[in-house]
Design a protein around this ligand. Structure first.
Ligand code: NAP
Length: 263
């Protein structure tokens, strides 16, 4: 089946790199107009908007901190004003910093909660009224395998992704009568800048400090398919969940993890 999103308007947070960047492009390739949000890397987001425009879709790039309600309001208002509404929201922006429990400072803890949880909540709260106006919508969060399994030295991150899975399930029930589907993609390890700290940590554990590729090789052993994830793996799942093909799918945590969660 060829999944098409012609004429739909999508908003993607965390689009300056990694999963958000790939998903924004994939949504546009499927036909959607896309509002792309960045925070500290606006050049990348502006280049992405240009690339989307070259595909013949409308696109805007907006700078926003998703943990700030005023910024989120401005972001959604810009998408509605310039692209005409919101049909699809991929609430994806997030941070990841490794730290043992004792090394998890107030700043690390608060930054994870503010960006990964409050950010997704604020985006959902602001975007859902726009979807209600359209009579339908697709809200997609980025969870994680770390939202289902505990791992060492990542307590703040694990807690935030467990919260995202909870947010997804709770909103799915509340919003079903409004024909708004709420799902999450839960990626396994996907090669993006976010994971450099993890690869460095694993390389050190494997006795090869500084050799990031050694860190990746150590991690691949946990993946039955024999490789780590690529951003395109997650982008494909996002396009499906954003489409009419997923109208009967809500409240799901879709693991995109090469079999990690069933090994
Ligand atoms: N990569 C993985 O293995 C993996 C696995 C499971 C889940 N995830 C989740 O996937 C999502 C995307 O991660 P990624 O791997 O693609 O990482 P990434 O390449 O580092 O992208 C993170 C994005 O989040 C944005 N961001 C960070 N703090 C922000 C804030 N306060 N306000 C607005 N935007 C902010 C960044 O914007 P700027 O760069 O412009 O600041 C960037 O666009 C995250 O939610 C992450 O937890 C990743």
């Amino acid at each position: 089946m060829d999944i098409r999103l012609d004429g739909r308007v999508a908003l993607v947070t965390g689009a300056s790199s990694g999963i958000g960047h790939a998903a924004a492009l994939a949504l546009a390739e499927a036909g959607a107009h896309v509002g792309v949000q960045g925070h500290s890397h606006m050049e990348e987001v502006e280049a992405l908007a240009d690339r989307i425009a070259k595909l013949g879709r409308r696109a805007i790039a907006v700078k926003a901190d998703v943990s700030d309600a005023g910024d989120v309001d401005r972001l959604v208002r810009a998408v509605v004003d310039e692209l005409g509404g919101v049909d699809i929201a991929f609430n994806n922006a997030g941070v990841f910093q490794m730290a043992t429990l004792e090394a998890t400072t107030d700043d690390i803890w608060n930054r994870h909660l503010a960006t990964n949880v409050t950010g997704a909540f604020l985006c959902a709260r602001r975007v859902v009224p726009e979807m209600k106006k359209r009579g339908k919508g697709k809200l997609i969060h980025t969870g994680s395998i770390f939202g289902a399994y505990g791992v060492p030295s990542a307590v703040a991150y694990c807690v935030t992704k467990m919260a995202i899975h909870g947010l997804t399930r709770a909103l799915a029930i509340e919003l079903a009568p409004h024909r708004i589907n709420v799902n999450a993609v839960a990626p396994g390890n996907v090669v993006t800048p976010l994971n450099d700290v993890l690869y460095d940590y694993l390389a050190e554990q494997a006795g090869s400090p500084g050799d990031r590729e050694a860190g990746k090789r150590a991690l691949v052993k946990s993946y039955p398919v024999g490789r780590l994830g690529q951003v395109s793996d997650v982008a494909a799942a996002v396009v499906y969940l954003a489409s009419d093909a997923a109208d009967f799918v809500t409240g799901q945590i879709m693991f995109v993890d090469g079999g990690y969660s069933v090994a």
